[in-house]
Design a binder for this molecule. Structure first.
Ligand SMILES: CSC[C@H]1O[C@@H](n2cnc3c(O)ncnc32)[C@H](O)[C@@H]1O
Ligand SMILES: [Zn+2]
Length: 425
């Protein structure tokens, strides 16, 4: 029997009690599917008292940073990076990154995330873990040249080697992007070469933008322009797909650039609150028709990968900031984490539709915080704790009734603990 032929019976799908049939890695049919299905060839999942949702899409992560959880809390970004995170990251190697990624994938699967967009180092370690865990990911090697010509050459060479390595895998679940860290850590020359490379390989660019007031001041002092204006001045956004993480402090002119250049925004409200970076003007971006998605950022600044928390906060924070409870609604914040994420990564998933990728999660509704079983989509945004029941990625059942099917959870915890002690000693 192949897991990749799977029938979910009697679940809530798109607001109605119905069945969902998966063939290979695709949602083949949604509706009342008769029992003439070949039971030998099809795995049947009982969907009674369960809701099927599209797997969540986390558009900004540094996944191996699960190992940095709790190591440097209650600090502002520049102090956090310069004095705590970067010195620890100097001790990383592919094995440590592999262990942190296994843990990150496990945490994401358990909280209903099926795809993530990552920027980090030692991609061979990340690729190995993502492949073993069965997740979908877009991976970029994070480049920082600190305006040094020699470093720039090394970073670009590394990035290109990683692109070739990932393309050669020919793994449909693992895509590649370019990851220049930010305009305050990358030279104009590096950014211009990144733009060329993105066009050459037809891949997206993943970058931190306008996260803090400090960095905007740094870029303004250096270039006389705000970050989006500066990058736009040399055509960085032309003819490429860009995912800009954070976008907390934006001028009206910058919002115009984001709209005009169809830049995807990854909103990371919890990381922005924890590092006291600020509150992104998401309602203004939505009003302008900009594609807003959600990210957790790394576990050093969140401190978890539970995207349901991000969904809830993205709905609450803008109500509080604008004193308007209608400013972002339930449907919008849920779509930030599903449909909009898929659009940003150019993937046919994020919605439960026939012909879409079979990346889904089932949630058991027999939980005190999901009763009464009415207005369930409201519960998913405002009340759910993120512990999903079953997860299917690319048609493969990776977790069923809370149990991981192909990996040993205990071994992942042990490996991660060991890797953590290597990092701190
Ligand atoms: C070059 S790989 C990614 C790089 O980014 C660092 N990082 C993690 N979180 C943030 C953040 O919120 N803003 C800026 N940089 C961040 C991470 O530690 C890696 O060094
Ligand atoms: Zn980040």
């Amino acid at each position: 029997m192949s897991d990749r032929n799977c029938l979910i019976k009697n679940a809530i799908v798109n607001g109605k009690k119905q069945d969902l049939l998966i063939e290979n890695n695709i949602i083949k049919k949604i509706g009342n599917i008769d029992d003439a299905i070949d039971k030998e060839e099809t795995k049947v999942i009982d969907g009674n008292n369960k809701i099927v949702i599209p797997g969540l899409i986390n558009t900004h992560t540094h996944i191996p940073m699960t190992l940095f959880r709790g190591v440097a809390d209650d600090l502002p970004l520049m102090d956090w990076l310069n004095n705590y995170i970067w010195p620890m990251e100097a001790k990383l190697n592919a094995d440590i990154v592999y262990a942190g990624t296994l843990l990150g994938c496990l945490e994401m699967i358990k909280s209903g995330t099926t795809t993530f967009n990552d920027m980090y180092f030692f991609l061979d370690g990340i690729v190995k873990a993502v492949d073993e865990m069965g997740m979908r990911a877009v991976l970029s090697y994070g480049m920082i040249d600190l305006f040094d010509g020699e470093k720039r050459k090394k970073e670009l060479k590394n990035a290109e080697e990683n692109i070739k390595m990932i393309k050669k895998l020919n793994n449909e679940r693992i895509g590649v992007a370019l990851g220049p860290h930010a305009p305050y850590t990358c030279s104009k020359e590096l950014l211009m070469e990144v733009h060329e490379m993105a066009k050459k390989y037809n891949i997206p660019i993943h970058i931190h933008m306008n996260e803090t007031l400090d960095e905007i001041k740094m870029v303004k002092e250096k270039t006389g322009m705000r970050p989006f204006e500066y990058l736009n001045s040399f055509g960085f956004f032309d003819g490429v797909s860009v995912i800009a993480a954070h976008c907390v402090h934006l001028s009206d002119e910058e919002i115009k650039i984001i709209k005009e250049k169809k830049i995807n925004v990854s909103h990371n409200p919890i990381s922005n609150l924890k590092l006291a970076s600020g509150i992104a003007p998401i309602p203004k971006l939505v009003e302008n028709g900009i594609n807003v998605t959600l990210g957790t950022d790394g576990c050093g600044s969140n401190n978890n990968l539970n995207l349901f928390e991000e969904i809830k906060i993205s709905s609450l924070i803008h109500k509080g900031a604008t004193l308007n409870p209608t400013i972002i609604n339930t449907k919008q914040s849920f779509e930030f984490a599903t449909k909009n994420g898929a659009k940003a990564l150019d993937l046919k998933c994020g919605e439960l539709k026939e012909g879409y990728l079979a990346d889904i999660a089932l949630i058991d509704l027999n939980k005190p915080f999901l009763i009464p079983k009415e207005n369930i989509y409201s519960h998913l945004v405002y009340s759910f704790n993120g512990n999903v029941d079953t997860v299917i990625i690319d048609g493969n059942v990776v977790m069923e009734n809370g149990k991981m099917l192909n990996v040993n959870e205990e071994k992942i915890y042990e490996k991660a603990e060991k890797a953590y002690y290597k990092l701190i000693n």
